[in-house]
Design a protein around this ligand. Sequence first.
Ligand code: NAD
Length: 453
Amino acid sequence: MTVIDVIEPATEQVLATVERTTEMQLDELIECASRVQKDWAAEAPATRARVLLAVSSAIDLHTEELAELESRNVGMPISDARGAIAGVAATFRYYSAAPERLLGQTIPVEGGVDMTFREPIGVVGLITPWNYPMTIAAWKVAPALAAGNAVVVKPAELTPLTTIRMAELAVEAGLPEGLLNVVVGAGSSVGRRLVEHPGIGKIAFTGSTAAGKDIARRAADSIKRVTLELGGKSAALVFADADLGSAAEGLVGAVFGNSGQDCCARSRVFVERSAVDNFLAKLHDVVTGITVGDPLQDSTQMGPLISAGHAKRVEEYVSDADVLVQGTTPSGPGYWFPPTVLHPAGDVDRAVREEIFGPIVAILPFDDENEAITRANNTIYGLAGSVWTSNAARSMRVARAMNAGALAVNSYSSVRVSTPFGGFKQSGLGRELGPDALDAYTEVKNVFFNTND
Ligand code: NAD
């Protein structure tokens, strides 16, 4: 038996020790899940609905425990972690309504009746990253189970704890054993085996674009269904007529939230040139006012980065850049990095092109609307984006022109349980959340019924 030491990023101490799943164990779990899935899919829709609602309630009841675990394992401020767990409960609650609403169609045809059914895929493999472990697991687990599938979920090696606990709570709440399985290990071993396993019908992956490409290539061998939620380099366009105070204050969450380890982080902020000085003055106050420290304190707004290796990577983006403002961090143990505002030399700068996944924002002045749109779209990514302006016509024009999947006007909000989420271009394939997610966990079956004697 080999184990993984799970490290607490704020203290650099071992938080827990977790057993790695072997390939043989994975094979057995998939075989068992395949048997259990058939019974689950045959349950009355209302029964599946009741179980998912019970899972939601169980998560609600354990909010404090789960939030503390997520906060300690990820380094996420406890107030954000409580919100994240509330979101997990809301996700199960939302999809508990799905089993009784998985509607098909009747289609007019000659000689009979034609109808469609949305069948479960079977056993699906879910692979998640370390930045919002339980949130992103729930986005996949809840619709997959609602649609009648069994799941095998592999959390990131760094952050397996809340996903493991979620599965325990689900069984206590009445989910049949063997339906929601958590496996622990590296992407290169357990993750890869999951992607290549013939017993897995679909992979839903959230993580880096590089890993997503590898998964898509390997899944292609068996035409395995794939949904991918990948990296981002999202832009905010701030026009001079915008509420500059709100646009600046919102960046506390939009680029420094979860220490910038957020796929939707608005890490490129294009500001209309005439408003740059005013915007930067407001941003200065915002950044120097951010409370960075112990994630378990209610007042903390930003915690550490996930690991020493990641902190070193983030640091490299600042070493030769023009730093406009930088906040502070605690001293002592922990993978700390301060909130940082850069003024890059141009759009070709690494900090403007690459996903940093740290608390660093680039401020980029622009002169007119078309130029701003063209520059915002000049990226391989297309996950999220924001438009800040008091001109309603312009806000809609610009939102429609931005090549990204999750746009917000006068807001940085990207994610809601009831609305679709996903990326254009190399930010992903398919949509999660909202009604769309169910498409990703079902196959459409067409049945023609001959009515001629
Ligand atoms: P990562 O790609 O390194 O790992 C993600 C998961 O995939 C982990 O569980 C890992 O073990 C596994 N994995 C890695 N390589 C694999 C492979 N070849 N085969 C199978 N499994 C593999 O990503 P990360 O560092 O954990 O997370 C950060 C990345 O995730 C960022 O790029 C971020 O933008 C992205 N992300 C995207 C979204 C979104 O919804 N679009 C949300 C959160 C994070």
